[in-house]
Design a protein around this ligand. Structure first.
Ligand SMILES: [Zn+2]
Length: 77
């Protein structure tokens, strides 16, 4: 078993088998507070362990902030 195999197994175990694909698919639900509690907990655990998904979440938040900001801009101008 390689180090990566081991890491993936630990992530699988701790993150309750939530995959990166599921995280990216559920990210808008997460940001809008629409996840069930059980899924939210697994989501948090996955984010705690997965650098790629943390980075993705940060990008999503930035994108949304930019969208909201541009919407406010056009509403006030
Ligand atoms: Zn991930």
């Amino acid at each position: 078993m390689t180090r990566d195999d081991l890491k993936n197994r630990v992530i699988d175990y701790l993150a309750g088998k939530l995959t990166c694909k599921e995280v990216t698919e559920a990210i808008t639900d997460y940001l809008e507070g629409r996840l069930s509690f059980g899924k939210w907990v697994r989501f948090q655990m996955h984010l705690g362990l997965c650098f790629a998904c943390r980075r993705y979440l940060r990008q999503m938040k930035l994108t949304i902030r930019t969208l909201v900001a541009s919407r406010q801009w056009s509403a006030t101008s």
